[in-house]
Write a protein that binds this ligand. Sequence first.
Ligand SMILES: Cc1cc2nc3c(=O)[nH]c(=O)nc-3n(C[C@H](O)[C@H](O)[C@H](O)COP(=O)(O)OP(=O)(O)OC[C@H]3O[C@@H](n4cnc5c(N)ncnc54)[C@H](O)[C@@H]3O)c2cc1C
Length: 389
Amino acid sequence: MDFDLTPEQARFREDLRGFLDAEVPVEKQEVFGMLTEEQYQFGRGINRKLAERDWLAVGWPREHGGGGKGPIEQGILAEDLGYRRVPKSGFIGLGIVGPAIRVFGSPEQKEQYLPPIARGEVEYCQGFSEPNVGSDLASLELRAERRGDEYVLNGFKMFTSYAYHADYIYLLARTDPQAQKHRGISLFIADLKTPGISLQPLLYINGEMAAQTFFDDVHLPLSCLIGEENRGWYHAMTTLDYERSGLGIYGSVRRVFDDFVDFCQQPAPDGGRALAEHPLVRHQLAQHRLAMENWKLLCWKVAWWQSSGAVPNAEASVAFLYGTEQRFKFAEMAMEVLGPYATLRHGSPLAPLLGNIEGIHREAMHLHGAGIMEIHRNIIAQRGLGLPR
Ligand SMILES: Cc1cc2nc3c(=O)[nH]c(=O)nc-3n(C[C@H](O)[C@H](O)[C@H](O)COP(=O)(O)OP(=O)(O)OC[C@H]3O[C@@H](n4cnc5c(N)ncnc54)[C@H](O)[C@@H]3O)c2cc1C
């Protein structure tokens, strides 16, 4: 693994940081657990400005509307956007749907779907989970029945993050109910304005509004199928690995950690000793610094593997599992060190670090986002260690 950036990559990071310094003042940065509509729109605006410079899909090939660089530059972008707490938008299109279409899409689909993602014009959501189906995703029930030159969809999806901002849903549906469960599933993209699709609000613990998505006799043309019919499970599993390198999450948590270290060095408001003068706090900060560095290296290892042309699978699970647990441990430690004030939310004048500690603590409860921890342990055991199923 090569730890050095090339001179071109280092220059890209410098230029990007100059852009973010100018465009993302502190008052526009996202506070954990508080994504308002205004912040979301601000994040979309930044994406469009990045796209004007060919930086949004910087790692994609030029013919797909990207910047012609690679996964390292895409990782630099993710980490820095996270660290500047640029409100999140567009990342399902960029991180999951785009890579899937690049690998499995037809030439027409590449032309239709990829450039608008690279320009920051469209938002996607992901419809995999269902009310009865989470970790055992291959048991999904949403039915896509082929009738002549279209598919007709009936059923529902659960935990559809970003559905209220999205233009399209990228989903898995059962196309062959007779086949073994993994072999009867296909991948689709559907315009959320298609008649028969409706949303019911679903509030997450981090304050984000997601949805339950209903499909009631939804007619889709055959061109909405991505990749081969009944191979959707295998296509989706490959592209889920793109979601799991986690540099964006690392960057955003690292920023709160760095702010927390600064905060601990300030004198107490009553003129008392700074928190960092307490030996137990110092040791906690040192221990978490160690863990943050480990997390960063694991994420960069995934990006490096991707840059060498591999699809790192067990490595992505290692980084994701480690990061999700580290985020939780850091949030718990910060709450304990700050005491009751840490429970104050953004908006309270006494909330430390703008309420980011309270927000990150709520966010850290999301141990399920891209697969439960047990599933990641299974992946590491089987694919990383070669243990039997
Ligand atoms: C913040 C957030 C955002 C999400 N966004 C999306 C999204 O945009 N699109 C989407 O499709 N889904 C999304 N999800 C859903 C997510 O993918 C599921 O929550 C996840 O797959 C787990 O499914 P489940 O919640 O049904 O839990 P289950 O699979 O029912 O698991 C519940 C518990 O059962 C145990 N368990 C289950 N299976 C095993 C096993 N094999 N071995 C050991 N123990 C096991 C574990 O203790 C686990 O915690 C989101 C979830 C969250 C929390």
